[in-house]
Design a protein around this ligand. Structure first.
Ligand code: NDP
Length: 248
């Protein structure tokens, strides 16, 4: 089955990587469900892709019933789920000494439990179909640490472990897994940082001379997602680390 005929669910589709992926896959003729909390952003994507098959469903990924509803609505409209893209994430980073318990909980709920909710909602369907593909956005920070990013990194290491576990458990059921691990991508993610100094520092760094080699555009990551979806049935890209050329 080519990308054109595939049913793809994108969680965290209202901005950044998710929105860019929705746009690209819509152009390539995939049948999409896009989801996030900001419905106005999802509706903008629908409006700017007239003629494309795009269902928009509001959901907070930390709530299992809301994620299940996204998949139920997808099944009602399309009757199958070929790809689940667990892409929703937040990055309210702080040093551990700040004891920012609320931020820890938010990151664990969205970045880790959100991914588990996504997997749980599609697994019975993909097993029944005897085919499927789960793609989850980890990060370069799912492989290495940066001072101040311990908790965020922890969530991204965790989803790598979960996805490798999924691969091992489900390879016999013809379910592909991909861990997508980008370096810096120029998106709204930095806005989820509550620590003013850290947030503004990162934003300023993006304006320095040479910054274009230290960051990527979400459209570039979207093209990588399209590539991993469009591989032959007997081939799965299990991990994809994509750094800006100049990133450490
Ligand atoms: P954005 O902030 O642009 O996108 C984040 C997306 O996640 C939005 O669509 C947002 O939608 C959604 N989201 C956040 N919280 C929730 C929630 N509780 N329920 C449902 N959706 C939610 O950033 P990016 O595009 O950069 O982020 C996408 C992914 O890429 C994240 O997992 C991030 O960790 C990862 N990543 C990003 C990198 C970067 O440098 N930008 C580098 C490596 C990985 P809404 O607010 O409408 O709910």
């Amino acid at each position: 089955m080519s990308l054109k005929d595939k049913v793809v669910v994108i969680m965290g589709a209202s901005s950044g990587i998710g929105a860019a992926t929705a746009k690209l896959l819509a152009e390539k003729g995939a049948k999409l469900t896009i989801s996030a909390r900001r419905m106005n952003r999802l509706e903008e994507i629908q409006k700017s892709n007239v003629g494309a098959d795009i269902l928009a469903v509001e959901a907070d990924v930390s709530k299992a019933d809301e994620v299940q509803n996204v998949i139920d609505k997808t099944m009602e409209k399309y009757g199958r789920v070929d790809v689940m893209f667990n892409n929703a994430g937040i990055m309210p980073v702080n040093n551990l000494s700040e004891v920012a318990r609320q931020e820890w909980n938010q990151m664990l709920d969205v970045n880790v439990k959100g991914v588990l909710n996504g997997i749980a909602s599609v697994l019975p369907i993909m097993r029944e179909q005897k085919s499927g593909h789960v793609i989850t956005t980890s990060s370069v920070l799912g492989y290495e640490l940066l001072p101040g990013f311990a908790t965020y990194s922890g969530t991204k290491f965790a989803v790598r472990a979960i996805m490798e576990g999924l691969r091992q458990e489900e390879r016999g059921n013809n379910i592909k897994t991909t861990i997508l691990a980008p370096g810096t991508v120029n998106t709204e993610l930095v806005d989820s940082i509550n620590n003013d100094e850290v947030r503004e520092g990162l934003k300023a760094a993006r304006k320095q001379p040479g910054a274009e080699m230290m960051g990527m555009d979400p459209e570039e990551i979207a093209s990588a997602v399209a590539f991993v979806i469009d591989t032959p049935a007997n081939m799965a890209v299990n991990e994809m680390i994509i750094r800006p050329t100049g990133q450490e």
